[in-house]
Design a binder for this molecule. Sequence first.
Ligand SMILES: [Zn+2]
Length: 49
Amino acid sequence: MATKKVALACSVCGSRNYTITANPSRTKRLEVNKFCKHCGQYTLHQETK
Ligand SMILES: [Zn+2]
């Protein structure tokens, strides 16, 4: 069984800064505040497929 990975992309500049392991039981799109080195500040990051 392969582990599915998804990226967390900055909602401001769109760069994919983080990669996480997808949780199959979670269907909602994950949104977390993380540091974006491109923006130089904490921004909202959204899960991408
Ligand atoms: Zn950014």
